[in-house]
Design a protein around this ligand. Structure first.
Ligand code: PRP
Length: 195
């Protein structure tokens, strides 16, 4: 039987794709939407030389494609965070483990995220950045799990709504793996141990 991802991916089955039950967003869909977002941002930020800020690690795949599709000058920088208790993600207690290299004062910032779930991480990091008095600060998110939101966060550029599924690929991981799949898919349930 043909595996369901074949129709929507340029990639042939391999060690990673055999674990995928079905594709949720194909490589082509992702790339098309990323190009649209890049077009919108390029139009909105013409002449402003924006700084794109990402929080490691999942965002690097989206960030790279987004910037490559942008047609205006821009730069990028990254932060990293650690959760005090990874099992208590929804409690949102995070601390910065890597700060930006660049000063953001007076810059036009675009905070780029792969996923917004409860919104707690984003809300914390936006507070940190706002305190540094950028000229402007907007948010660009590829996948929005808005049903899980615990705090309101202002998302100006959004790629896709993501329903309540456990998915991997294009930056999203399961125990650190599968991030480099070029599409987003549901893992076979027998592989999941979310306890
Ligand atoms: C994801 C995402 C956000 C956070 C969003 O990171 O990149 O940083 O979760 O969740 P929240 O809205 O509930 O706060 P993750 O912890 O999966 O780390 P990763 O980017 O290294 O995969």
């Amino acid at each position: 039987m043909d595996t369901p991802f074949l129709a929507s991916s340029l990639h042939t089955p391999n060690e990673l794709t055999k674990d995928i039950r079905r594709v949720i967003f194909s490589e082509e869909e992702l790339q098309r939407r990323v190009r649209e977002l890049a077009g919108q941002i390029s139009a909105d930020y013409r002449g402003l030389d924006p700084l794109l800020v990402g929080v490691l690690r999942g965002v690097v795949f989206f960030m790279t494609d987004l910037m490559q599709a942008m047609t205006i000058p821009a730069s990028l920088d990254f932060m990293a965070i650690s959760r005090y208790d990874p099992q208590q993600k929804s409690k949102g207690a995070v601390r910065l483990t890597k700060d930006l290299e660049e000063s953001v004062e007076g810059r036009h910032l675009i905070f780029v995220e792969d996923v917004v779930d409860t919104g707690l991480t984003l809300s914390y990091l936006l507070r940190v950045l706002k305190a540094r008095t950028p000229a402007s600060l907007e948010v660009c998110v590829l996948f929005d799990k808005s049903r899980h939101r615990l705090v309101d966060v202002p998302v100006k550029y959004k790629g896709f709504d993501l329903q309540d599924r456990f998915v991997v690929g294009y930056g999203l991981d399961y125990r650190g793996g599968y991030r480099h799949l070029p599409f987003v898919g549901e893992l076979k349930p027998e592989l999941l141990n979310l306890a």
